[in-house]
Design a protein around this ligand. Structure first.
Ligand code: B1M
Length: 213
């Protein structure tokens, strides 16, 4: 019989083949896709996030757990789309213009997906107008900007300005992060939120969506 606790445990322990097989089993036994997502995958990633915050897990463990979740999501995503399970919100995420660092951005994206957000991953070196386009065409409710270089941080401000110029600023919550980024920088450029790591990024995104709702 399908065991969603075992699925959560497979995610926590980063067992990608087990996570995929347990997801397939649950689906074949008729478990609701939303339950598989929330009671299996999201529950597992929540534990991973807590452990990461408490320094019980480090980046490699989180990446391995995220890979397991990705495997399970490959099976689950098409079924979720068919059954119309609504995401928490749509997040357009990218590493800003001029910046090619994507390890942290990918971690944030995977943790957000694990928490039930729909991810529109724009990749690296994302120009302000690409974020604007994603908000317009994909109805993203959150714009998530990552920067690892002090020289690319100003592109965060430029992205916010581009959203303002396009008349979209009040439609979206903008959150920022990355090693050189701080809360005071977020305040300075008018971002709605800052998170220091991937687990806190999930908390911040949930908080921003509640505020925006
Ligand atoms: Co680069 N690099 N790099 N690099 N690199 C740094 C960032 C640097 C600090 C190294 C150093 O000098 N000590 C330095 C920046 C200095 C500065 O500006 N202050 C630097 C430099 C200078 C450069 C180049 C300019 C080097 C050169 O060519 N001369 C060049 C720039 C290229 C470019 O982007 N245009 C460059 C290139 C590269 C590689 C391509 C070789 C590679 C990137 C590979 C890749 O990402 N695919 C690379 C790497 C790996 C690093 C280091 C070693 C590691 C970065 C990383 O992945 N950390 C880094 C030094 C370091 O940090 N020790 C360095 C792990 C990752 C999980 O953490 O990305 O911080 P992080 O993400 C965290 C949080 O910051 C947060 O959550 C994540 C998980 O907890 N977070 C968010 C991130 N985004 C968030 C968004 C959010 C919320 C939280 O909301 C939206």
């Amino acid at each position: 019989m399908a065991d969603l606790n075992a699925l959560a445990t497979a995610i926590i322990n980063g067992k990608a083949p087990d996570a995929r097989a347990l997801t397939e089993q649950a689906l074949s036994e008729g478990v609701a896709p939303g339950d598989i997502l929330n009671q299996g995958l999201v529950a597992g990633m929540n534990v991973v996030g807590e452990k990461f915050k408490n320094n019980e897990f480090y980046v490699p463990e989180v990446l391995i757990a995220a890979r397991a979740m990705k495997n399970a999501m490959e099976v689950l995503r098409p079924v979720l789309a068919e059954t119309g399970v609504e995401p928490v919100a749509r997040v357009a995420i990218g590493t800003v213009r001029g910046d090619l660092h994507d390890i942290g951005k990918n971690l944030v994206a995977m943790m957000l997906e694990g928490a039930g957000f729909e991810i529109i991953d724009l990749g690296v070196d994302v120009k302000p107008e690409q974020f604007v386009e994603a908000v317009q065409s994909k109805n993203a409710e959150v714009v998530a900007l990552s920067a690892l270089l002090t020289t690319t941080m100003p592109a965060m401000k430029d992205t916010i300005s581009a959203l303002e110029s396009a008349g979209l600023r009040s439609n979206v919550a903008v959150m920022i992060g990355g090693a050189p980024v701080t809360q005071s920088y977020a305040d300075e450029i008018g971002a709605d939120g800052y998170a220091p790591d991937a687990a806190s990024a999930v908390d911040k995104a949930k908080e921003l969506v509640r505020i925006a709702a």
